[in-house]
Design a protein around this ligand. Structure first.
Ligand SMILES: [Zn+2]
Length: 156
């Protein structure tokens, strides 16, 4: 019978965040990313029912037709729903365990598309469906063409 050997160092640890440099082509969504860098939210529009989609899609998921029209969604939107995470979760960008003070909101933008984001108002009792929220952007020189270029949404 073989004797089972104990590993000398059984724990494998990774340190986050790892530093990995890569270039990722956004393809069709490049136009969306460039707009975010300029402080604009744009969406693709379905030619059948006019529904706008953020993030943009090449093909409408409902009607299976190409979406070629881009529509500016404005800087404001109507609050649809809000919720708060009441336990620590990992931040996918840093790998750190983090408490989330700001609620996550779902918004219907002026242009008709829907998107999610963080809200400046931390008291969810003050967030009512239908209230108007406005995008607060990172300073222009810090934007990278990502949806988190919108720092948060604030009540108007
Ligand atoms: Zn459609």
């Amino acid at each position: 019978m073989l004797k089972k050997e104990e590993p000398k160092d059984p724990a494998v640890a990774f340190r986050y965040p790892r530093v990995i440099t890569y270039k990722h082509s956004l393809g069709y969504q490049s136009k969306f990313a460039h707009a975010l860098k300029m402080g604009r939210i744009i969406a693709t529009k379905c030619p059948v029912d006019g529904r706008c989609t953020v993030p943009p899609r090449i093909v409408c998921p409902m009607h299976h037709v190409k979406q070629t029209e881009w529509v500016d969604q404005g800087q404001r939107g109507k609050l649809l729903s809000a919720f708060k995470i009441n336990f620590p979760m990992f931040d996918s960008r840093t790998g750190e365990l983090k408490s989330w003070e700001t609620p996550i909101v779902s918004i219907e933008l002026e242009g008709g598309a829907r998107m999610d984001g963080w809200c400046a108002e931390t008291d969810t009792e003050k967030l009512k469906p239908g209230m108007i929220l406005e995008a607060v952007w990172r300073p222009e020189e810090e934007r990278q063409g990502r949806v988190d270029d919108i720092l948060y949404w604030k009540p108007v």
